[in-house]
Design a protein around this ligand. Structure first.
Ligand code: COA
Length: 282
């Protein structure tokens, strides 16, 4: 889809880059010529991933420990990265989520998810944004949001609240900082199979089956698809896309968005025939 130098010369940081979607994006960005930094809470995981991706792609990648909830830790990390040169792209991918009945959540459960998703994104965006603005350096921020960021969602309420905040931050700063060379984009992915997400959000084969039935394309998204979309959005090819969130969910949100989308696909052929207008007889 792309030429291999699409991201040549770009220095990119991906939070939560040791596993799942973050790791897949790191691999794709390396293939496309970028220098990549990944960070995560577990130092051994990010370092192992960096090692594996370096040997798989021949690219330049470094794995660094960081808990994005901690502002001081974020500042330290960004300072460390900047000593080698300014970043060009920040990907806020680190997330926390689980299925739970909201009335049973402890205050710490809210704090934990809001801390990673919303405060983490704010910490990273501010640390990079301030440096870019002072230096007049162009930058791109890509946030991995979610399809329910605009609607809210039952049973993943801390995540819904946090992701709504992330999208509000993205859209706000797209306007405030856009004119000063900083571009903001987001992806709202539907279900993509990763250990982290599926073990917490789709823990049984029955739930997976229900979701696949509901999705118009009857399949999950792939790591390849989201990595390619991310590559395009952060590249100069997408230079006029600012403040936009791209849904990549096979049409799943729209399938639940109206009464008729919801019920129409369950109406049997015989019933459609009955509903057709009767032929007028003389
Ligand atoms: N249901 C309800 N509450 C839960 C929960 C669940 N499945 N999982 C965790 N919590 C609560 C804990 O009970 C704790 O509250 P408490 O101290 O009052 O008991 C609070 O959330 C924090 O959990 P803890 O494990 O101590 O925090 P953590 O900061 O190390 O972990 C999480 C953060 C909870 C988000 C953890 O799931 C995680 O690390 N996730 C990262 C990966 C991920 O979620 N990927 C999926 C992205 S789609």
């Amino acid at each position: 889809m792309f030429t291999n130098d699409l991201l040549k010369g770009k220095r990119i940081l991906i939070t939560g880059g040791g596993t799942g979607i973050g790791r897949a994006m790191a691999e794709r960005f390396l293939q496309l010529g970028a220098t990549v930094y990944i960070c995560g809470r577990r130092v051994e995981v990010v370092q192992q991933t960096a090692k594996e991706l370096a040997s798989a792609t021949g690219g330049t990648i470094e794995g660094l420990p960081c808990d994005v909830r901690e502002r001081d830790a974020v500042e330290q990390l960004i300072e460390q990265v900047w000593t080698k040169g300014p970043l060009d792209v920040l990907v806020n991918n680190a997330a926390g989520n689980f299925l739970a009945r909201t009335e049973e959540l402890s205050p710490r459960a809210f704090e934990s998810v809001l801390g990673i998703v919303l405060q983490g994104t704010i910490n990273m965006t501010m640390a990079c944004g301030k440096r870019w603005l002072v230096a007049g350096h162009r930058g791109v921020v890509l946030d991995i949001a979610t399809t329910y960021a605009d609607t809210g969602s039952a049973y993943v309420v801390p995540s819904a609240v946090a992701k709504a905040g992330v999208v509000a931050l993205m859209r706000s700063l797209a306007v405030e900082w856009g004119g000063r060379g900083i571009r903001f984009v987001a992806i709202a992915p539907g279900a993509i199979r990763t250990e982290g997400a599926f073990s917490r959000l789709l823990p049984t084969p029955e739930l997976e089956k229900k979701l696949l039935e509901h999705n118009p394309l009857h399949r999950f998204g792939t790591l390849e698809e989201i990595s390619n979309l991310a590559s395009f959005l952060i590249s100069d090819l997408a230079g006029y896309i600012n403040g936009e969130m791209v849904y990549m969910d096979g049409g799943e949100m729209l399938a639940g968005a109206s009464t008729f989308s919801l019920i129409g696909r369950r109406i049997p052929d015989a019933a459609w025939e009955m509903m057709k207008p009767k032929k007028k007889t003389e």
